[in-house]
Design a protein around this ligand. Structure first.
Ligand SMILES: Cc1cc2nc3c(=O)[nH]c(=O)nc-3n(C[C@H](O)[C@H](O)[C@H](O)COP(=O)(O)OP(=O)(O)OC[C@H]3O[C@@H](n4cnc5c(N)ncnc54)[C@H](O)[C@@H]3O)c2cc1C
Length: 322
């Protein structure tokens, strides 16, 4: 094998809906994209059984099958999908500059443009019964999975704005929502607190934590513990939603890309441009608000179009790129 460093036109880091959609557009535009899959080929949707809200699947589809189809669609246009994880980056700050990405701590690959689609990881409580019942009634996405519990009793864990937002969403479709708040107050904004307080079928339990999720194959109930008194109580529920935050998978870009305090990559206005020319960010790695497969796919499309325009402009007149 030659020891010459490989140089790509477009490298896509991540193989979720954002990465594969970027790949479809980039491949069709002849950018010869290479996708590095990371440790979770197919991304977060490979951890869920039913995806009911992605357009084009009238009967729904299971997450892993949907991601295989997206990969096949990207490959149909010539995308090169490689197993590998980006472990370090050296991003140029010059227009037309070459970016360097280390793969698997082993070899460096150069790229004229990079599309970051590394997603985010939902935080869980990490107690054994919760982990065992993930996909069996435990979910970290109320907007994705709440519908399956329509008319039923559910619980949600969390105290921030997202938790309050998801609790109100659930209250609209479920029979009863019990919201567990670890402290004796909520972190959510006053406006969001008023919103949850006004919901008649939502009960907030302060100083309350999950002791155990009950059920063998599916969630049947919850044992709650009051962290002040130690008192335990069981409630009957069929769904448990964990809304304690997400961690964007962006650590390797720290210090080089602008990010918010949580690590979400900041993109420029209505584009996917980052603060480094030729580096674009899409999907959950840059979106803390919507976090859906279809929005990730949408920004993946945008990133490929942004990369294409960037390359076209530097080839024409490098000094005019902004
Ligand atoms: C349980 C669950 C159920 C869900 N259900 C739905 C649903 O029904 N409908 C819906 O619209 N949304 C759903 N979502 C949300 C949806 O999965 C995400 O919004 C979407 O997957 C985000 O896509 P993404 O491409 O940005 O990132 P992800 O899907 O998170 O993919 C990230 C990719 O980046 C890769 N990666 C990370 N770091 C590196 C690295 N250093 N180098 C190389 N690769 C890397 C990973 O291996 C992965 O392939 C659900 C989420 C969860 C957790």
């Amino acid at each position: 094998m030659s020891d010459k460093t490989e140089r790509l036109k477009t490298m896509i880091i991540g193989s979720g809906p954002a990465g594969y959609t970027a790949a479809i557009y980039a491949a069709r535009a002849d950018l010869k994209p290479v996708v590095y899959t990371g440790l979770e080929p197919g991304g977060q949707l490979t951890t869920t059984t039913e995806v009911d809200n992605f357009p084009g699947y009238p009967n729904g589809i299971d997450g892993p099958s949907m991601m295989v189809e997206l990969q096949q669609q990207a490959e149909r246009f010539g995308t090169d999908v490689r197993i590998g994880r980006a472990t370090a980056v050296e991003l140029s700050d010059e227009v037309g500059g070459i970016h360097k990405v280390t793969i698997d701590e082993d070899r460096v690959v150069e790229a004229e443009t990079i599309i970051i689609s590394t997603g985010a990881t939902a935080k869980y409580l990490n107690i054994p019964s919760e982990q065992r019942l993930r996909g069996g009634g435990v979910s970290a996405c109320a907007v994705c999975d709440g519908f399956f519990y329509k008319g039923q009793d559910v619980a949600i864990v969390g105290a921030g704005d997202t938790a309050a937002e998801e609790a109100s969403y659930l209250a609209n479709i479920c029979n009863k929502v019990t919201m567990l708040v670890r402290k004796d107050y909520m972190r959510a904004s006053k406006a969001m607190q008023h919103r949850v307080d006004s919901l008649k079928n939502l009960e907030i339990r302060y100083n309350s934590e999950v002791d155990e999720v009950l059920g063998d194959q599916v969630v049947e109930g919850l044992r709650i513990v009051n962290n002040q008194t130690g008192e335990k109580e069981e409630i009957a529920i069929t769904g448990l939603f964990i809304a304690i935050g997400h961690k964007p998978n962006t650590d390797i870009f720290k210090g080089q890309l602008d990010m918010d305090e949580t690590g979400y990559i900041i993109t420029d206005a209505k584009s996917t441009k980052t603060n480094r020319p030729g580096v674009f960010a899409s999907g959950d790695a840059q979106d803390k608000i919507y976090r859906q497969a279809v929005t990730a796919a949408g920004t993946g499309c945008m990133a490929a179009l942004d990369a294409e325009r960037y390359l076209a402009t530097i080839e024409a007149a490098p000094e005019e790129v902004v």
